[in-house]
Design a protein around this ligand. Sequence first.
Ligand code: NAI
Length: 330
Amino acid sequence: MAKITFFSAQPYDIQFFEQENIQHGFELDFFDVQLRSHTVQLAEGATVVCIFVNDHCHSGIIEKLAAQGVQLIALRCAGFNNVDLQAAAAHGMRVVRVPAYSPQAVAEHAVALLMTLNRKTHKAYNRVREQNFALNGLLGFDVYGKTVGVVGTGNIGQAFARIMLGFGCRVLAFDLVANQELTALGVEYTDLGYLFADSDIISLHCPLNDHTRHLINADSLGQMKKGVVLINTSRGGLVNSRDAINALKSGQLGALGIDVYEQEEKLFFRDLSSNIIQDDVIQRLMSFPNVLITAHQAFFTREALTQIAQTTLGNVQRFLEGQLHNEVRI
Ligand code: NAI
C-alpha cells in the first residue's frame, strides 16, 4: 500500500485525513516538522509527500526526495509558490494541488478582517467584559456605497467580489483575465493604477509570483486614497511590510488586515506565547491599533478541511492509477 508522508501536520490534519483515508487505505505517516533539507529523510519509503504552505520544496530538497523514491508532491493547499516546478520536472516528479477548497471560507475571512477593523468588535469585546461601555474610539464607517478594489478574481476573489456587491459596494477589479459573470453582475474591470487610486478598500486575491511580489510597496501605497483599508488573505510576499509600516505611520494606510505575512513560516501554526519573537517587523505591525493579524486561518473551516482531505487523497489515488488530476505544471 502506498505510503504518504505528511509534513507540517497539525492535529486537525490528522483528524480529517484519517477520516477520509478510511475509503482509500493508504499508509499515512504524519510529522509536525516542516519539510526542510534536514527533515527530508523522514520521507524515506514514501511514494508521496504531502506538504502545506510553509514547507520548502526547492531543487535541493526535490533532488533528495527523488533519490528516496518519492514520485509525487501532493500540496494540500491551492498556492504552489513554495515548489520549484522546474526542478520537479527535471527529476520526473509530478506535483498536484487542491485548486479550490471552499473559496468562500477565505473570502468570508477577508470580510471578517475588514469588518473587525472597521467596527472594532475585537476592542468592543474586551471593553464590555471590563464593564467599559463607552463608545469613544470605536467609530467605523458604512461599507455600503464604498468602492472596493479586488486584485485577482479567481475562485476566492470572485467570492469576495460577490459578497461586497451584496454589501452594496461599487466593486472594481483587476485580473489578467476578466470574469464575464462578474462583469454581468456589475463589477468594473480597470487597470491597477485606477483601482489603487479609486478604492476605499482593497483586497488581494492574486497568487504570489515574480510579477506580484511586493505589488503593495511605497509606490503603490502612495497611489492609494489616504486612509485606505488593505486586506491580504493571499500570500505575505504580495506586501512589502516595511513600506506598509511607513504608510501606517503616516496615516496613508488607514487599516491593515492580514492573514498572511512574508516571514510567516518562522511564526505561524505554532504557540510561541512564551518565546521572544526576533522578528521586529511583525512586532511593529502588531503594535498598531489599526492592524489585525490572523495566522493563516482563512481556509480554516470544517467544509474546507473536508474538501482538502478529499481532493488530496483523490489526487493521490488518480496518480497511482496513472491519470493525473489537479496537476501543477511549469
Ligand atoms: P485562483 O487561481 O482561482 O485565482 C487567482 C487569480 O489571480 C486568477 O484569476 C489569475 O488570473 C489572477 N492573477 C494572476 N496573476 C495576477 C496578477 N499579476 N494580477 C492580478 N491577478 C492575477 O486562486 P484562488 O483559489 O482564488 O486563490 C488566490 C490565492 O489565495 C492563492 O494564490 C493563495 O495564495 C491564496 N490562498 C490563501 C488561503 C488562506 O488560508 N489565507 C487559502 C487559499 C488560498
